[in-house]
Write a protein that binds this ligand. Structure first.
Ligand code: ADP
Ligand code: MG
Length: 190
């Protein structure tokens, strides 16, 4: 069973920091699937990743255009499959070509295309918390699929803890990431 980790982000800035911490771990060919309702913060997290990879343009949701391409340290493909109604539409879009070994692929609503994802990928799930006092809190869970992602996730956590700590001086409350039980759906043995 591979360790999954969760963290509570208290602001869009923190979510961007968490995305930025992921960036140094990423290499061309890596795939990240982002799940969570509208407004959960998927695009905000991608903004953090892209900025840290040196993308200087605006990173917005590709909801209508389906795919955005950015140039950073590596090519980045930012996909949002929310408006695609069926697997067939995703295939028609040329999803398999988007699994470009030269690019980093980030897919919003990736759970909808899970069977089309490679065996090795990082699954990120973002959720609002129930607490009405904590409107800006997001629970972000990271589930590695494949040993490679276990290692990358360890690196990301260490970096994120340091960056989050540095961004809130005087408020340090110790480690923010917690280990959480693996997804009961399993990880397809990858
Ligand atoms: P999604 O792509 O999941 O539909 P977006 O990233 O476009 O969602 O939007 C998230 C919205 O929630 C933004 O308006 C953002 O400012 C707000 N927000 C509030 N708190 C957070 C947080 N902790 N992390 C990310 N976004 C947050
Ligand atoms: Mg979005």
């Amino acid at each position: 069973m591979r360790p999954s980790f969760a963290v509570t982000s208290t602001s869009p800035e923190e979510t961007r920091i968490i995305g930025a911490a992921l960036a140094p771990m990423l290499l061309p060919g890596d795939v990240i699937s982002l799940a969570g309702d509208l407004g959960a913060g998927k695009t905000v997290l991608v903004q953090g990743v892209a900025a840290a990879l040196g993308v200087d343009g605006r990173v917005t949701s590709p909801t209508f255009t389906i795919v955005h391409e950015y140039r950073g340290r590596y090519p980045i493909l930012h996909l949002d499959v929310y408006r695609l109604n069926s697997f067939q539409e995703v295939l028609d879009l040329g999803f398999e070509e988007l699994l470009d070994p030269e690019a980093i692929l980030l897919v919003e609503w990736g759970e909808a295309v899970a069977p089309l994802l490679p065996r090795r990928y990082l699954e990120v799930v973002l959720r609002r918390t129930e607490d009405p006092q904590a409107e800006d809190h997001r629970r972000i869970t990271f589930r590695p699929h494949g040993d490679d992602w276990v290692r990358k996730l360890d690196g990301m956590r260490t970096t994120a803890e340091t960056l989050l700590d540095a961004a809130s001086p005087g408020e340090s409350t110790g480690p923010r990431f917690e280990r959480v039980p693996a997804d009961p759906r399993g990880d397809r043995g990858a």
